[in-house]
Design a protein around this ligand. Sequence first.
Ligand code: FCB
Length: 471
Amino acid sequence: MANDASAVSDARPSAVSNGALADPFSPPADSSLWRKNFLLGAATASYQIEGAVNEDGRLPSIWDTFSAKPGKVLAGDTGAVACDHYHRWEADIELLASLGLEGYRLSIAWPRVMDAAGLPNRKGLDFYKRLLNRLKEKGITTSVTLYHWDLPQHLEDRGGWLNRDTAYRFADYADLMSRELAGTVDAWATLNEPWCSAYLGYGNGHHAPGLADGRFATQAMHHLLLAHGLAIPVLRANDPASQKGIVANIGRGTANSDSAADQRAAHLFEVQHNAWILDPLLKGAYPQDLFELWPGTEPLVLDGDMQTISAPLDFLGINYYFRTNVASDGAHGFRDVPLEGVERTQMGWEVHPDGLRDLLIGFNRTYRNLPPIYITENGMASDDKVIDGHVDDTQRISFLKRHLAAVDQAIKAGVDIRGYFLWSLMDNFEWAFGYERRFGVVHVDYSTQKRTVKRSAELVAKFLKERKAQA
Ligand code: FCB
């Protein structure tokens, strides 16, 4: 992922002028997406697709434990089988390559590759070696996330992210993985969405491990960020040629009124969603407003932690899905005020591409050391059905087109954005929503494991083919 989109001249295909590329997805002729080194790929995560939770020495993760508890996941779904990718990975990589996707973002299941004593599990490691080698053979850029939420249960049993020691165990895990996989990984991301791990996992209990205490959330966040900071130099030492970064989910907060109280509420929404993570990473300090919003939740921070956490990054991964409209709660916080009459997805999330553009431009102003950006996730769920062998996911096609246009606008406004990964390559286990919510550009029939390429994927493939063919 070392390509520099900003350094290339705009190479538009001549076919655009006669309208030959006019389809519901194709970006306009002046879009930065036509630059061949703007990486376009797809993303997945281990627990959401692999299945095979008891195979080849894999240990239980917090998501095995959590999803087994009644009432935690819609319809009682678990990741036990998921997309059976552990067994079907070869066909899945063929599919990815056949769509012409240039990048693949995957995550490693920590409980698959290390035992409770910290020793390597060869069988688990070999799975990722085979997978990454095959991706490299296919010429696909590999982006590997070390932690996409599947913490080994034995670590949770010792306090999980509330225990500072977990950060050091994570650095050991990063050490092992980068020694074993060096040379096959183009970009390493330490964590996926620490906001979700800390807030949903320890703050409100919607995700594993299911704890709900505001002070837990801020302490878990601190240990997650510390884990990230400890891992970065380890990754640099073991695999110097690769890029190192982290993936954050960002949220746009807006208010209906211009009143100072409502504007403050929208600001606070973004403080807890974005600045809570980005300020420590990029400024080496937590935003003070966070503790006005959540009084008394200051985490225990030891000397040197903030310096460790703010180690320079090669890239920042950004995941974006929707905006949240809020108003003042009359005290020191905000309350959600869902807008009516707006377009929403199967998740109920509002479709708001401008939010992505505005946040990217805002970060570029706020953080003078903002690293190059990859959009590491963007996409939407719809209740897709296979009809006569086809899936016509019209809303997704339009969603992707509009969000890619927002990315283009941010690039034109000076933000260094180098790539975009669709969430997701295929329908998968959508955490607390189980299998009901379909985010894939490839449909998965969970009773047969049959994959069906949706119309959105066909159009992305068509665009990539055209881009590749241009002079
Ligand atoms: C993100 C997660 C990803 C997926 C999408 C829809 O928060 O990183 O695993 O569930 O949401």
